[in-house]
Design a protein around this ligand. Structure first.
Ligand code: IVH
Length: 664
């Protein structure tokens, strides 16, 4: 039983990490296939052991791409994903399930599964009024300014037989050619490359500058019409109509009456898709009739009337030129093969992962070998085998390195694991940078600094660890290339605001292995101050609900290292929160004396009622509506537009919850 619990915990942590890499950093570290396998494994365990269910488990959400810089809007219809399958057998199962449930004739629409980023477009009286990303499936970011720059998306519709109000969903894509060009430019500028067109499209859609978006030449395919008054019952027929209004609808869409026709479609496009200008990663099957769709219904995560069939990875053969060893954020060493360039699913592949020492030995890889390379739809390609029959000019056998290529430390390979690690977590540049990136990230300290900024500060000697960030001065930053006063002030302000980030997020930000967001919350509840946590022993730790051996050991390991304790001490001195909010906020003050507040919107740190209480506890006054007497509007997400306008008109200061918390 303990074993199962631990397995569940480990999977949840791993998946949370992958989600973070994918949605926040646009840099996935595993393929979709592997991710789906992990998620499926976790789902299965949670089904078999329902008493370990957790509403915060990654199985309970679709993954979020919400950013703080856009207005967030609730979806009129939740934006769900599709259940995925990789086998033809499961397609047959799906077909039979539908047949049995409907017990009448039906048609299946086959479509390509475009591999971009999904978007929901809303049209009112023929004009585009909103363009919302998927977000967490319930709420997304309105990125309309960026979407307006995409040529294939109509801003005003042609014809006139469209409903007054409707939504159309689809995929925003970066065509292969534009993707390659973009990465070439980024390589020249020394910027990190996008792993695949999907991440490039998602990243582009989230930039704050529509001009950049316009330059990148995004494209779109729309595949789902929603609304109260749609022209037809059939999904296929609705899309044909939408085409006449000016939307880009794929010509690869086909209505099938039999399972045989469905398989024909799949086999045809599995080959043909390679010559398409955009990335596709599978086929989507949908029951055509809206009435029948309604009959079949939805699960909490996906419709029962649709399914996605994912293509198997494509492979090619090419020669191995040399091998590099890369150091990841947690010290993992990845052997990377440099290859003779080869065309694979539309992109030129020059590098591929060689996994680990065991695989290198198993394949008996030599420089000059002819290797098979595979791409799981996207992400970093992998070497999947060596063709020894063609070992003509065999060079040296590839050997795993013993010392870290970045810092020179002797590598370790923990028992039972396949990966090598650099243990020098505090003195190895790629690892320190990785930890710092995690620390500043949105879900952690939410500091205005990305990967490039961290790297720049580190290389310039301004910050060698996260505590150093808090002593950076304006004049230090201004000495750096391309930094102006405004961006420096933004960064410094976000540092100041981060001092109010609650204890559980600070703990998460420290980057203790296996201490993801949920674990950090649990630890903070059990140990309301950092001192209590630092002094906790193994028994005390595993006594906490959902804290198992792996996490307990990791916490103990972390605090057994003097430099970590020193880091915590420095951060505490600098004013970061290392105690549970309630304790800090228990006392009453009169810092808000004479100040009148209006609260509007939705908050993440405390509920509206808690904020009301906090205002009163600190001597301030709450009122319901904005007037000239209001001093501050405490604004959460989704503040009403009327309130916003009024506050702006009267020149009333609008503050975020973090600014408010900083005030008290
Ligand atoms: S239909 C309720 N059709 O795949 C059904 N999705 O995992 C909504 N996608 O989030 C989706 N091509 O981003 C649909 N032809 C297609 C698609 C497609 C790509 C994406 C979409 C969705 C994901 C499903």
């Amino acid at each position: 039983m303990e074993e199962v619990k631990k397995k569940i915990e480990t999977l949840r942590n791993e998946i949370e990490n992958y989600n973070r890499q994918y949605y926040d950093l646009f840099q996935p570290v595993i393929s979709d296939f592997e991710f789906d396998q992990k998620l499926k494994e976790l789902e299965k365990l949670e089904r078999e052991y329902p008493h370990y269910a957790d509403p915060n488990s990654p199985t309970q959400r679709v993954g979020s791409d919400l950013s703080k810089n856009f207005v967030q809007v609730e979806h009129l219809y939740p934006m769900l994903s599709l259940s995925n399958t990789y086998s033809e057998g499961e397609i047959t199962d799906f077909y039979n399930r539908v047949k049995k449930a409907l017990n009448e004739e039906f048609e299946i629409v086959c479509e390509l599964k475009y591999d971009g980023t999904s978007i929901s477009l809303i049209y009112e009286n023929g004009s585009l009024v909103r363009a919302i990303t998927r977000g967490d499936g319930t709420r997304g970011d309105d990125v309309i300014a960026n979407v307006r720059t995409i040529q294939s998306i109509p801003l005003k519709l042609s014809e006139s037989d469209y409903p007054d109000f409707f939504e159309i969903r689809g995929e925003i894509l970066l065509p292969w050619a534009a993707f390659d060009k973009l990465n070439e430019e980024r390589e020249e500028a020394g910027e990190p490359l996008f792993a695949n067109p999907r991440n490039a499209a998602a990243g582009t859609l989230k930039t704050q500058n529509p001009q950049i978006v316009a330059q990148r030449k995004l494209d779109s395919y729309l595949y789902y019409l929603l609304g109260e008054k749609l022209p037809c019952d059939g999904h296929f027929e609705n899309l044909e109509k939408a085409k006449t209004w000016g939307f880009k609808i794929s010509t690869a869409i086909k209505k099938c009456k039999t399972l045989e026709e469905v398989f024909e479609y799949i086999r045809f496009w599995d080959k043909e898709r390679k010559s398409l200008p955009v990335a596709t990663d599978g086929i989507v099957l949908k029951v055509n009739s809206s009435k029948q769709q309604l009959n079949l219904g939805w699960t909490s995560k996906s419709p029962r009337w649709a399914i996605a069939y994912k293509f198997q990875a494509e492979s090619a053969e090419t020669r191995l030129l040399s091998v590099d060893f890369q150091v990841g954020r947690v010290g993992t060493i990845t052997p990377v093969a440099n290859l003779e360039p080869v065309l694979l699913s539309g992109t030129i592949v020059k590098r591929a992962s060689l996994h680990n020492e065991d695989i290198i030995n198993k394949f008996d890889v030599h420089i000059g070998d002819l290797c098979s390379v595979e791409k799981g739809g996207e992400i970093i390609p992998k070497i999947t085998g060596v063709n020894k029959a063609f070992r003509t000019q065999a060079g040296e056998k590839v050997k795993f390195i013993e010392y870290c290529p970045a810092c020179g430390a002797k590598l370790i390979r923990p028992e039972g694991e396949a990966a090598h690690y650099c243990p020098n977590h505090f003195d190895c540049a790629p690892q320190i940078k990785g930890m710092m990136e995690h620390f500043v990230s949105r879900k952690a300290m939410n500091i205005n600094a990305g990967e490039e900024t961290i790297s720049l500060f580190y290389d310039a000697g301004l910050a060698k660890n996260v505590a150093d960030l808090y002593v950076i001065q304006m004049e230090d930053i201004l000495k750096l290339d391309r930094w102006g006063e405004k961006s420096a002030a933004n960064f410094l302000e976000s540092l100041e605001i981060s001092k109010q980030v609650p204890y559980d997020r600070v703990l998460y930000a420290l980057g203790i292995r296996f201490a993801g967001e949920t674990v950090a919350k649990r630890l903070v509840k059990a140990f309301p101050t950092i001192e209590e946590l630092m002094n906790a022993g193994y028994e005390q730790l595993i006594a906490v609900d959902e804290i198992g051996e792996v996490i307990a050991r990791s916490v103990l390991d972390y605090f057994s290292i003097e430099s970590n304790c020193e880091l915590v001490r420095r951060l505490k001195e600098q004013g970061l929160q290392f105690a549970l909010g309630e304790k800090v906020l228990a006392g009453r003050t009169d810092v808000l004396k004479g100040k009148t507040f209006v609260i509007s919107g939705v908050f993440t740190e405390h509920s509206r009622d808690e904020y009301k209480e906090l205002i009163e506890k600190n001597g301030g006054k709450n009122t319901g509506s904005i007037s000239a007497k209001t001093d501050f509007v405490l604004a959460g997400e989704n503040m009403g537009p009327a309130k916003l306008e009024k506050a702006q008109k009267l020149g009333i200061k609008i503050i975020s919850e973090f600014e408010f918390l900083a005030m008290i």
